[in-house]
Write a protein that binds this ligand. Structure first.
Ligand code: ADP
Ligand code: MG
Ligand code: ZN
Length: 440
């Protein structure tokens, strides 16, 4: 029998607000002295009353709107009850029955240009937990992260293969960064992924009656590996006639497999109930104006690049990776126009040569390089080395400065080589040769 995977993804993203979700403690906790960003509210002391961070709600709305969600008229917080010391209150304030944003979608495109539309079930607001460190038999707790604003984005089980999940998660990360709502750094834990995986006979319409939730994933690569492993494990189990049930498994990167964390019997009953200390949220229609303030997002930008500049979709996807890169690409196009360079040529050059565009200087240089290449770029290493040697000989002062540690003296030497060759050499190549010659 042939099987097909069914995958859904839950993404948590920590917002970069100044203060925490329900108190005025600073939310900028990373690397800070443990338990210094705390107060009675985020320590869960009896009698402390939470209040809502408006800026966080605005950022949650921005995410929801960027993901084409409907914003509900009335939204409420609820308590998700569980006993674990990472949350001193004994519950997490989250949303369950009345999430802020629902029913969205996001288009993802694979390497071959195939587009799929992933449905988004909900985008809701909640709070982060404290951080436990298990060190030498003791557990240390840091509550600096407790109550930092967290947004959860849940998809429908629409994915059919792991690489599609990765494309989606990367696109989300881009969107968070375009919106400026989070640095979405996976290593720091600003962005966390949980994949739900099941398999069904190919062609079957109904969802399998179980799902396996994968936790402990902290990179896109691990996520793909974990999902791939899990699909294989589940198919093998079904082929042996085993029955699969709901469970939570963790990814073990060292062994490259998943291990059981919690079975159905041990599943939590969170007994959600409305949070009585926080008023409900009513989003007024004028507050939805933030939709108009949202920047041009990567998918739309890529489409515009294809339409306006005639570049390939693949190149467009690479060039919209960050708002900054996309901006520099457009500057390069303007500059290139003066030198009769076509946008397609510039796009190909930047993408194929993996050129970093992270400053105006680099844009200028890339365009100059490309224009120079057109009139016959100097590729002969021996010739370039000879010119580099001349420049070193003629500029003893810059050489001395550089060797004393003034690293930007190298720029003058590179400039010398560029002048001698009328800009017809690759700057990075010149830099490499210069650096290696000056080292000894
Ligand atoms: P929970 O809080 O219990 O994890 P959520 O509703 O937050 O529940 O998330 C459920 C996730 O599981 C969603 O991403 C959904 O798409 C996915 N999912 C639901 N059913 C299946 C299934 N049969 N196989 C794979 N994923 C599923
Ligand atoms: Mg879940
Ligand atoms: Zn606090």
């Amino acid at each position: 029998m042939k099987y097909e995977p069914v995958i859904g993804l839950e993404v948590h993203v920590e917002l970069n607000t100044k203060s925490k979700m329900f108190c005025r403690c600073s939310a900028d906790y990373f690397g800070k002295q443990p338990n210094t960003h705390t107060c009675p509210v985020c320590l869960g002391l009896p009698g402390a009353l939470p209040f809502t961070n408006k800026e966080a709600i605005k950022k949650c709305l921005q995410i929801g709107l960027a993901l084409n969600c409907k914003v509900v008229d009335l939204s409420r917080f609820e308590r998700k009850i569980y006993f674990y010391p990472d949350l001193p209150k004994g519950y997490q304030i989250s949303q369950y029955r009345w999430p802020l944003c629902v029913e969205g979608w996001l288009e993802v495109e694979d390497k071959d240009g195939k587009v799929s539309k992933i449905k988004i079930n909900r985008v809701h607001q909640e709070e982060d937990t404290g951080k436990l460190s298990h060190i030498g038999g003791v557990t240390l707790i840091d509550y600096n992260r407790s109550t930092v604003p967290l947004v959860e984005i849940v998809t429908e089980p629409d994915f059919t293969d792991p690489s599609q999940v990765k494309d989606y998660a990367k696109k989300l990360q881009q969107i968070f960064r375009y919106l400026g709502v989070s640095s979405a750094d996976m290593e720091r834990g600003d962005m966390r992924l949980e994949a739900n995986v099941s398999v069904r006979p190919a062609g079957q319409k109904e969802l399998p009656n179980y799902r396996v939730e994968l936790k402990n994933i902290n990179s896109f690569r691990f996520m793909t590996a974990a999902i791939e492993y899990e699909i294989k494990r589940q198919i093998e189990a079904l082929e042996k006639g085993e029955k699969l049930t709901q469970e939570t498994r963790g990814w073990n990167e060292a062994k490259r497999d998943t291990y059981l964390q919690r079975s159905k019997e041990e599943a939590h009953d969170y007994r959600y109930f409305p949070e009585p200390d926080i008023s409900e949220l009513r989003v007024k229609s004028d507050e939805l104006r933030i939709k108009e303030e949202i920047v041009e997002l990567p998918n739309r930008k890529a489409k515009r690049f294809v339409a306006d500049y005639g570049i390939s979709r693949q190149n467009a996807q690479v060039l919209v990776d960050s708002k900054e890169l996309a901006g520099y690409f457009e500057e390069a196009i303007k500059l290139g126009r003066e030198k009769q360079l076509k946008p397609q040529e510039i796009a190909n050059y930047i993408v194929n040569q993996k050129i970093k565009l992270a400053s105006k200087d680099q844009v200028l240089r890339a365009v100059e390089d490309l224009a120079g290449k057109r009139v016959g770029i100097l590729e002969d290493e021996v010739k370039i080395e000879k010119i580099v040697a001349e420049v070193i000989f003629e500029n003893p002062n810059s050489v001395e400065d550089y060797q004393k540690g003034k690293l930007n003296a190298l720029q003058a030497l590179i400039g010398g080589v560029m002048r001698k060759t009328q800009g017809k050499v690759n700057v990075e190549k010149v830099r490499r040769i210069l650096e290696s010659k000056l080292q000894n």
